[in-house]
Design a protein around this ligand. Structure first.
Ligand SMILES: *[C@@H]1O[C@H](CO)[C@@H](O)[C@H](O)[C@H]1NC(C)=O
Ligand SMILES: *[C@@H]1O[C@H](CO)[C@@H](O)[C@H](O)[C@H]1NC(C)=O
Ligand SMILES: *[C@@H]1O[C@H](CO)[C@@H](O)[C@H](O)[C@H]1NC(C)=O
Ligand SMILES: *[C@@H]1O[C@H](CO)[C@@H](O)[C@H](O)[C@H]1NC(C)=O
Ligand SMILES: *[C@@H]1O[C@H](CO)[C@@H](O)[C@H](O)[C@H]1NC(C)=O
Ligand SMILES: *[C@@H]1O[C@H](CO)[C@@H](O)[C@H](O)[C@H]1NC(C)=O
Ligand SMILES: *[C@@H]1O[C@H](CO)[C@@H](O)[C@H](O)[C@H]1NC(C)=O
Ligand SMILES: *[C@@H]1O[C@H](CO)[C@@H](O)[C@H](O)[C@H]1NC(C)=O
Ligand SMILES: *[C@@H]1O[C@H](CO)[C@@H](O)[C@H](O)[C@H]1NC(C)=O
Length: 487
């Protein structure tokens, strides 16, 4: 069994990049441990807590992070079972919360905490560079939406309990259960009829489409009486720097490492070696294809291991995989651990489990099923065609989910808007007249490549634009049910 002690031992081999969201083992990004034939069942709670299955446990207005007077916040757990507690942190919108939509934010991994998004990217506060504290964020996404940061699956971040999730589909069902509990709570039931959005990044290229499609199926099942529950009023989906369709994504590593807006990442002979690994018989392309073609968990898991060992990892060269303008490791964004793993702070916010950025047991459960290499593009197509306004975005300085691969995925989409999308050229996207990226809209679908941004798009600045300024304009436009436009 892959238990915590083994995971700790494996941490020694992790590449040094800080602020990591995509797990690595033995120096390989997204590696698969050879000793991973069983699913871990590990209770991560260190404090005996009174769990309340089917209910929330809530600490209100802790004063942590959001300091705007009168803006309500709440943090705590939704106990989806006696041994499964999902951590959430809710912030009311700073502006017009009674009319604002409700957004859930999910970071990736798999196994990484959504406190990354809250404290490094677009929460009401951001970590200082020395990780000792936080500062007010003027470009917080709760300027325009009520927002709910969720640590999932169970075991991730401050969440704790039995680890029994190894696929995006299973994760969707648990988050749906959590939301049922959230909306049943008298403090939050008023939000059930607000427009609902899922925003996510990184492994969220799987989570976002899978969760959205699952929520739509559940809504249909509620509507026809085959299950009981509260419908989720899903209207918007945002996927940043996401892993959605690996067969489209992996050639992107070859392209981006050779040529990107900044500098080549490795030598041409390294590119050539990995190109051979991609295209040779039985190589990465064939293995992903076998996974897509009804492949078993072992087939998909083997594809993940092969492609990440021979393509994703070596082609990063000496650069930070999340931000190629820096050599590895980039000290930015700052590590949340010193700030969050603090018993005084944890008592204020109602957290009962030590925080770490990534739970490697959860990661390993996903690696065992090969979920990484499965194709979430069909779910994304379903969601777009069902009328959910959707944006895919990507920072042009991110290698690990680079824009070459993401734009190939977008180009391969087969939706009612795809012809219109693919016939267009990109248009410059400006924020208050400042260049910020290039974009296309078609129907209720949009894509934007954001200049100067690494993997965690909202954490970066560009030109005369402040950190997170371009990301907030994107978020505001989409959440206002508008296509992207320049200002
Ligand atoms: C994997 O298992 C083998 C055989 O039990 C053991 O020798 C090796 O140390 C294990 N490796 C890891 C990374 O746990
Ligand atoms: C967690 O709860 C489920 C359902 O109640 C049960 O089947 C399972 O054995 C429990 N796991 C642990 C580790 O207690
Ligand atoms: C924090 O670090 C980033 C990246 O190195 C740097 O651009 C920024 O100026 C630093 N912020 C402060 C307040 O020093
Ligand atoms: C965010 O909302 C606050 C509160 O209304 C406001 O003071 C601030 O200017 C807003 N930020 C931006 C970038 O609009
Ligand atoms: C109800 O809707 C669900 C979800 O679309 C579907 O799977 C199920 O077959 C439907 N049941 C009936 C009785 O129509
Ligand atoms: C822990 O958090 C408390 C409350 O926010 C703070 O006063 C204290 O300085 C923190 N301790 C450390 C070591 O950062
Ligand atoms: C968090 O704090 C606990 C208790 O001080 C410590 O045992 C644990 O190693 C810390 N975790 C991390 C990731 O620093
Ligand atoms: C787009 O911006 C670039 C510089 O950022 C400029 O060279 C180009 O002319 C612009 N294109 C249009 C159509 O405005
Ligand atoms: C968003 O706009 C589209 C058309 O542009 C419309 O069909 C849809 O109902 C709107 N959604 C919301 C939540 O207002």
């Amino acid at each position: 069994m892959f238990v915590t002690a083994a995971a700790t031992a494996l941490l020694v081999g992790i590449p040094a990049a800080l602020g990591g969201q995509v797990p690595a083992l033995d120096g390989v990004w997204g590696a698969v441990s050879s000793n991973s034939s069983q699913r871990a069942i590990v209770a991560t709670s260190t404090v005996p807590a009174v769990v309340t299955p089917g209910k929330l446990r809530v600490a209100e207005n802790s004063g942590v992070c959001e300091t705007t007077p009168g803006v309500y916040q709440a943090s705590g757990y939704g106990d989806i079972a006696s041994n499964e507690s999902i951590w959430f942190w809710f912030f009311e919108s700073r502006n017009g919360p009674d009319n604002a939509p409700l957004t859930i934010w999910l970071n990736g991994g798999p196994g990484s905490s959504s406190m990354i998004g809250l404290f490094q990217e677009h929460g009401p506060c951001r970590l200082t560079n020395d990780s000792s504290g936080v500062t007010y964020n003027d470009y917080s996404w709760n300027n325009v939406s009520n927002i709910l940061y969720i640590d999932q699956p169970v075991g991730v971040g401050f969440s704790y309990g039995t680890l029994d999730i190894g696929t995006s589909q299973e994760a969707a069902a648990d988050v749906w259960s959590f939301l049922q509990i959230f909306f049943a709570d008298s403090r939050f039931s008023k939000y059930q009829e607000h427009d609902f959005a899922i925003w996510t990044e990184s492994y969220g290229g799987h989570y976002g489409p899978t969760f959205a499609a699952y929520f739509l199926v559940q809504n249909a099942a509620i509507a026809n009486g085959s299950i009981s529950g509260l419908p989720i009023n899903l209207k918007f989906l945002g996927v940043g720097d996401g892993l959605t369709d690996p067969l489209s994504q992996y050639p992107g590593y070859l392209e981006y490492a050779a040529s990107n807006p900044y500098h080549p990442l490795v030598s041409t002979s390294d590119i050539q070696d990995s190109t051979t690994r991609w295209q040779e018989s039985g190589g990465c392309k064939d293995q992903i294809t076998a996974c897509y073609d009804g492949g078993s968990d072992d087939t998909c898991s083997a594809a993940q291991s092969y492609c990440n060992s021979y393509i994703l990892s070596p082609l990063a060269g000496n650069y930070d995989v999340y931000y190629v303008l820096s050599e590895d490791p980039d000290a930015y964004p700052p590590d949340p651990t010193p700030y969050l793993n603090n018993s005084t702070l944890m008592a204020l916010i109602g957290a009962e489990s030590d925080w770490s950025e990534t739970n490697y047991d959860v990661y390993q459960n996903f690696a065992d099923t090969g979920d990484w290499m499965r194709n979430s593009r069909p779910d994304l197509e379903t969601v777009i065609d069902s009328g959910v306004r959707t944006i895919v975005f990507d920072g042009d300085a991110d290698y690990i989910l680079n824009f070459d691969g993401v734009e190939a995925m977008v180009k391969n989409l087969q939706t009612k808007f795809s012809n219109e999308f693919n016939q267009q050229q990109f248009t410059n996207w400006t924020v208050h007249g400042e260049p910020a990226g290039i974009y296309k809209n078609a129907g209720t679908f949009s894509y934007v490549r954001i200049f100067g941004a690494g993997h965690e798009v909202a954490a970066y600045e560009y030109g005369n634009l402040a950190r997170g300024e371009a990301a907030l304009q994107m978020f505001s436009q989409i959440m206002g049910n508008q296509s992207l436009f320049s200002t």
